[in-house]
Design a protein around this ligand. Sequence first.
Ligand code: ATP
Ligand code: MG
Length: 418
Amino acid sequence: MNDILPDVSGTWRYLESVVRDIVQSYGYDEIRLPLLEHTELFRRSIGEVTDIVEKEMYTFADRNGESLTLRPEATASVVRAGITNGLLHNQRQKLWTSGPMFRYEKPQKGRYRQFHQFDVEALGFDGPDVDAELIIMCARMWRTLGLSRLTLEINSLGTADSRARYRKALVEYFSGVKSRLDEDSIRRLGQNPLRILDSKNPDMQDIVATAPVMLDFLDQDSAEHFQALKGLLEVAGVAYTINPRLVRGLDYYNRTVFEWVTDALGSQGAVCSGGRYDGLVEKLGGRPTPAVGWAMGIERLVALFAACGAEAPAAGTDVYFVAVGDSALVQAFALAEDLRDRVTGIRVEANLGGGSFKSQLKRADKSNAAYALILGEQEIADQCVGLKPLRSTEDQSSIAVDALAETLAGRLGKTVAG
Ligand code: ATP
Ligand code: MG
């Protein structure tokens, strides 16, 4: 579980705001959810025989003896909230949410126990159009953020019926190579053979590579859905590869599944993953409601952003007030408030805790401000402020108090309000 320190929090805020603004621009609205849910919710939605439920959940009994779990993902909570708040009765919902998720994993680069997701869910839509939209909006994010080295993998898991036929074929295939399966896979063979395809064990990759593929078992409707999705992506100019072994690590998916992966982050390459989960709302006690969504790992997005050499727009301090003496401090506070009122987006720091002229100027320099604004007895008497450039060779000058907002706005490339 990481602290996100001030030297990177600006990048986080920038990435989150770009992602949020793009999702909003497609007509999705925010839903804020609790971090804790009844354990049962995740068992029923994610599936008993999955890595998350078997090994990764932070589960505990509360004072009342109820079993609660720190959410390992957001989709189950979105569906639970949709049902309990009546959001799905004859309505369609386009929602997003974000925040920390918790999984007891083996920590390594790109894999943490508290990590952050940005999550988008569309409930009440059954066509391939929404699947395409959810993918196309990701492509827009990558363009906006200047991210390269991301490729899109898609697959279809069909319906429960076609998956049952596929399951049979998988059991047959894996039973034939049982002596080479690892412990997890042997256990899953009887319960949930699809999960074997999702194994992270390198020794299992050869066996998985030659297993039967779901696409050969697809029902007609799912095949058409998949075809239409591919057509919409092609028209939008979004390149994809079909990965017939992409099954996703949660049980609730059907039809479309997809993953945006990068080769820039080592083995933790999945940046954004999602898919359709038409049966989940009903399974959790709501009326049958088709749904589809994705989740993006913010830590991996931040890492990829850095790996692509991209940088968030600078958001440092613009000006730092150096004020020596009590009356100068009062005046500096008033002028600082005035600048914050009038110069759009300016970041103004007032020197706090007094100190000599020299030590205040040192702090001004350390704040990375572009300018120090100097107020002493002489400046107060003259109704002006000393403007000292800290990052350039411009000369220090003296600005009339009345002209300060306009002068700074001009120098900083900002606008004056009102
Ligand atoms: P992985 O295959 O890497 O374990 P997953 O299939 O478990 O991923 P999802 O449950 O679909 O991932 O979560 C969506 C996204 O959240 C992933 O694509 C990834 O970017 C991110 N993510 C998942 N687990 C972690 C983690 N432990 N630490 C950081 N990011 C994570
Ligand atoms: Mg995982």
